[in-house]
Design a protein around this ligand. Structure first.
Ligand code: FAD
Ligand code: MG
Length: 383
């Protein structure tokens, strides 16, 4: 069975105040704890309801466009004052995303990232500026998170059937996991004079946990430089916004319920100039002998992460939000406090994989998230 994912999904659902009555919340009393196995059908129907061919914005009057890039969906929404520029802005952002994809896709043999992995243990590879910055940021976040975020975890991901590899018929042995742990080390990537080098054969890099956030930041910079002040970019759950959609209200997005894709956990009112990223186990996973394994690998054990259902990070920029949402997914609730102490201006919403749903959130997140009264919320008291 192939790696499964929600082909048409965006990680968040944009909302307007008027269209966010409490009836959108659904309590899950008695709901089965097994998450959706294949979410594609669901997401399609959600898109159908929104009626915007992929954009999930529910306020008909705002200009919004969506398109595919990096194997997933992106959406651009502008404040009403910029309606006349939606086509031009969308095309520019699409071009930015597509250019970054052609450099950094592990799914394209022609990309620099694929070349870097192919030349592991053989020779350094010259890397263009954006790829260099993403790899450097990858190492930075690897160090910051004590290796929970690891762009070198690609050999392990492939062992478990991700990144285009065949899904194994049986569980990988402890020995094969152990052998790949040493090769799955981001810190061994070396840079020299505009080139990058993976020093051992079998090493590989995968920027799937950071490149979309980076791309959103580039798109954000472009919008500001083009004179657009009110906009929201959503690249498969990596969101960054500026300004406001209208004079009456700020940007609002819904966070998907990881246990029930047809509802949302709650509503975030985005602070000005902020970014949000959600990592979940519900969209991309493999099935081995009837068990679901998440696409996020714990690089310390070599096994797919268990125990976390979803993580949402709120902070000023999208690349940090993207990398840290993946990292907090790995640390889970137990390691979250330790990592929170190392970062600044970062707020977190973490949902452990358990029933009934329990939200753990930092005080800053608590201020911007509204949920139905029956949802259990606890503060992460570590900032
Ligand atoms: P995130 O939580 O942000 O990241 C999880 C991803 O990061 C994993 O899927 C894995 O790639 C990597 N990862 C796993 N464990 C770790 C870890 N511990 N530390 C750091 N990273 C980790 N998908 C396709 O199906 N077809 C495509 O053609 C395709 N092209 C792509 C091109 C590019 C340039 C990129 C960046 C991704 C592409 N993808 C493609 C993958 C896909 O769009 C997403 O990256 C993937 O679904 C995971 O993103 P996420 O935001 O859901 O998860
Ligand atoms: Mg990420």
């Amino acid at each position: 069975m192939p790696e499964q994912y929600a082909e048409e999904s965006l990680g968040h659902i944009m909302l307007s105040e008027a269209e966010y009555p409490d009836k959108h919340f659904r309590t899950r009393t008695g709901a089965p704890r097994v998450a959706q196995h294949d979410n594609r059908g669901f997401f399609s129907s959600l898109l159908g309801r929104a009626g915007l061919g992929g954009g999930l914005f529910r306020t008909a009057e705002l200009p919004s466009r969506s398109f595919r890039s990096m194997g997933t969906m992106a959406a651009v929404t502008l404040g009403g004052d910029y309606a006349g520029r939606i086509e031009e802005v969308t095309e520019e952002i699409r071009a930015i995303f597509d250019r970054l994809e052609s450099e950094m896709s592990a799914y394209r043999p022609s990309s620099v990232i694929s070349e870097l992995s192919r030349m592991a243990g053989v020779a350094p590879v010259r890397v263009p500026e954006d790829t260099y910055r993403v790899l450097s940021l990858g190492q930075h976040f690897g160090n910051l998170t004590a290796g929970a975020f690891n762009i070198g975890a690609s050999p392990l991901a492939a062992l478990w059937g991700f990144n285009g590899a065949a899904v194994p018929m049986t569980l990988p042995s402890d020995q094969s996991v152990g052998e790949l742990l040493e090769l799955s080390d981001y810190s061994r990537l070396v840079f020299n004079d505009g080139a990058a080098f993976l020093p051992a054969k079998g090493m590989a890099v995968d920027v799937g946990g950071i490149a979309k956030g980076y791309a959103v930041d580039r798109a954000y910079d472009y919008c500001l430089s083009a004179g657009i002040r009110d906009f929201l970019i959503d690249f498969s759950g990596n969101v960054r916004a500026a300004g406001r959609p209208s004079r009456k209200q700020g940007w609002q997005i819904g966070v998907r319920d990881p246990f029930d894709g047809s509802s949302i956990l709650g509503k975030i009112t985005l602070p000005s100039r902020s970014a949000v990223s959600t990592s979940g186990s519900y969209e991309r996973f493999v099935d081995i002998l009837g068990e679901r394994y998440s696409h996020i690998i714990d690089p310390r054990t070599g096994y797919p992460v268990t125990g976390t259902a979803s993580v949402t990070v709120l902070c000023p920029d999208a690349v940090t939000a993207d990398a840290l949402s993946t990292a907090f997914f790995v640390t889970g609730l137990n390691g979250a406090a330790e990592l929170l102490e190392k970062v600044s201006s970062v707020d977190l919403l973490l949902v452990p994989d358990g029933y009934p749903t329990h939200l753990w959130l930092t005080p800053g997140f608590d201020k911007v998230l509204s949920t139905p009264t029956e949802v259990r919320r606890s503060l992460l008291s570590c900032q």
